[in-house]
Design a protein around this ligand. Structure first.
Ligand SMILES: O=P(O)(O)OC[C@@H](O)[C@@H](O)c1c[nH]c2ccccc12
Length: 283
C-alpha cells in the first residue's frame, strides 16, 4: 500500500467518527450559513500580468509530516499565521490531517480567526462532507489531490467547492495528473514536487509541468523549499505562487526567530526572479 493510500484510510476513519458526532445535516447548514469566502484566485495573482505580477507565498502551518515526523512545536498557530500575514503571505495553508501531520480543525479555526487573507484547508479530500466542513470552519480554499480522486469525483468536488463560493487548489505530481486537473476546469493548479506515494521530493518536476499550465490559471509550486533561492528557482520556472511549509515553520523556532522577515525575504527573492509562462490561455 502506498503512503497516500495509508493516509487516506486514516482520514476516512477519522471522518466517520466526526460525521457520527456532528452529522451531515448540521455541517451542510453551517457551510451554507458561513460568511462568504474570500477570493483566493485573486489573492494568488489570478489574472495579474506584466509589471503588477509578483510572487505570492502560501505559507503553511505544519506541525509534522510523514517523512520528517515532528517539525516544530507550534504552541500558538494563530500567532504564527499572523506573523506570516504581516510578512506579506498571500494565503495561509493549515494542515488538518490528524494522524501524520498532527493537524486539526481547531488549528484551522484558530488561524481563521487570526488572519484576514484566504485560508486553505489542507487535507486529503475524499468526501464532499470535508468540503462543506472546510466552509463551515471558514476556509476559502480546499485542496483536491488528483492522485486521490477519479476524474468524475474531481469534477464533482470542484463543482461543490465553487457552489460554496470557494476555490480549490488542485494538486498534480505528473503530466497526466496535470492534464486531468486542467480538463476538470481547475483555476488554481499546484504541482507538488513531493511524490505522495513515496514522499520523495524532486524540485525539478516543477519546470516541465509549469510549461503546460495556461497563463490564466494560477500555477503553484509546492514542497521542497529550503531557502529563498528555491523560491526564486520556482518563480523563474513560471510559478505564480509557492507553497512553503517546513522551512518557514523552522524559521519560527529559537531565540530571535522572525517568521515575518523570512516570508518577506522569500517573497522578494521570488518576485525578483519571476518569469511569465507562455502556455496558451485556456479556452
Ligand atoms: O514542507 P514543505 O516541503 O515546504 O511542503 C509544503 C507542502 O507543499 C506540503 O505540506 C504538501 C503539499 N501537498 C500536500 C498534500 C498533503 C499534505 C501535505 C502537502
Amino acid at each position: 500500500m502506498s503512503v497516500l493510500d495509508d493516509i487516506i484510510d486514516g482520514v476516512r476513519a477519522d471522518l466517520s467518527a466526526r460525521r457520527r458526532e456532528v452529522g451531515d445535516a448540521d455541517i451542510e447548514r453551517s457551510a451554507a450559513a458561513a460568511v462568504p469566502a474570500r477570493d483566493a484566485f485573486a489573492a494568488l495573482g489570478g489574472g495579474v500580468v506584466g509589471a503588477d505580477r509578483r510572487l505570492r507565498l502560501i505559507t503553511e502551518v505544519k506541525r509534522a509530516s510523514p517523512s520528517k515526523g515532528d517539525l516544530a512545536a507550534i504552541d500558538d498557530p494563530a500567532a504564527l499565521a499572523a506573523a506570516y500575514e504581516t510578512g506579506g503571505a498571500a494565503a495561509i495553508s493549515v494542515l488538518t490531517e490528524q494522524r501524520r501531520f498532527r493537524g486539526s480543525l481547531a488549528d484551522l479555526d484558530a488561524v481563521r480567526a487570526a488572519v484576514s487573507i484566504p485560508v486553505l484547508r489542507k487535507d486529503f479530500t475524499v468526501e464532499p462532507y470535508q468540503i462543506q466542513e472546510a466552509r463551515a470552519h471558514g476556509a476559502d480554499l480546499v485542496l483536491l489531490i488528483v492522485a486521490a480522486l477519479d476524474q468524475r469525483t474531481l469534477v464533482d468536488f470542484l463543482a461543490l467547492t465553487h457552489e460554496l463560493g470557494m476555490n480549490a487548489l488542485v494538486e498534480a505530481h505528473t503530466g497526466a495528473e496535470l492534464e486531468r486537473a486542467l480538463d476538470a476546469g481547475a483555476r488554481i493548479v499546484g504541482v507538488n514536487t513531493r511524490n505522495l506515494k513515496t514522499l520523495d521530493v524532486d524540485p525539478g518536476v516543477f519546470a516541465p509541468l509549469a510549461g503546460m499550465i495556461p497563463g490564466d490559471v494560477v500555477a503553484v509550486a509546492e514542497s521542497g523549499v529550503v531557502d529563498a533561492d528555491d523560491v526564486a528557482a520556482y518563480a523563474a520556472a513560471g510559478a505564480d505562487a509557492v507553497l512553503v511549509g517546513e522551512a518557514l515553520v523552522r524559521s519560527s523556532l529559537g531565540a530571535g526567530a522572525d517568521p515575518a522577515d523570512a516570508v518577506r525575504r522569500f517573497a522578494a527573492a521570488g518576485t525578483g526572479a519571476q518569469t511569465e509562462r507562455t502556455a496558451p490561455e485556456n479556452t
